[in-house]
Design a protein around this ligand. Sequence first.
Ligand SMILES: Cc1ncc(CN)c(N)n1
Length: 228
Amino acid sequence: MNSKTKSFTERVFQSAAPIWEKNHLHPFVQGIGNGTLPEDIFIFYMKQDYVYLIEYARLFAMGAAKANTLDTMAKFSQNLHETVHFEMELHRQYAAEFGISRKELELTVPSPINLAYTGYMLNAAYSGTLTDLVACLLPCAWDYREIGLLLKAQNGDTILSNRYEKWIHMYSSNEFISMSQWLIELMDNLTKGLPEGELSRLEKHFLTTSRLEFLFWESMYRQDSWPI
Ligand SMILES: Cc1ncc(CN)c(N)n1
């Protein structure tokens, strides 16, 4: 397939492949899949991810504000609702199991990488177009879906006795898959016919947030927080 017939998401799926492969093989991700990830690391991640998701949900709210059609506005608002009420409920449930209150979750101080990641997306979304916003948040939704499906396929029935089963179930669920599929299709519609200069700016956003995904796994695994 030449670059003229390739859709934007086919193009970035290829260019981000080496980064995503590193995400999929990361010991944090593999440790969720086979249930060996130490609990203290998972708790650290859960708390950080909760405050990450507050900003991620804000991007959906901004998507609704910048939407060019009523259908797109409605879909962003639905994704905002699902993030706050379903995805974040997963975190609240795990937190309750580990004796962490909802308040404590919400008061988590974002780590340096967490702040760099959400700050990058929010800055691009505030100063750019709807397409910049979607280019930034697409790897978050799409690569988590890839991870959910991969871990499910890799670990078969052993998942049922895995303490992180609910996590894998969430990110391989039909609801999560169709949400990320909607974003993929939206991105292809928004980028149809754009000049190469714009496409490469959008690809840069996609690759940057893919790399930030990697740094997020890495820093959660090390439980990095502010040194001073
Ligand atoms: C860091 C991160 N990236 C993506 C997702 C999937 N919404 C998440 N929960 N956390």
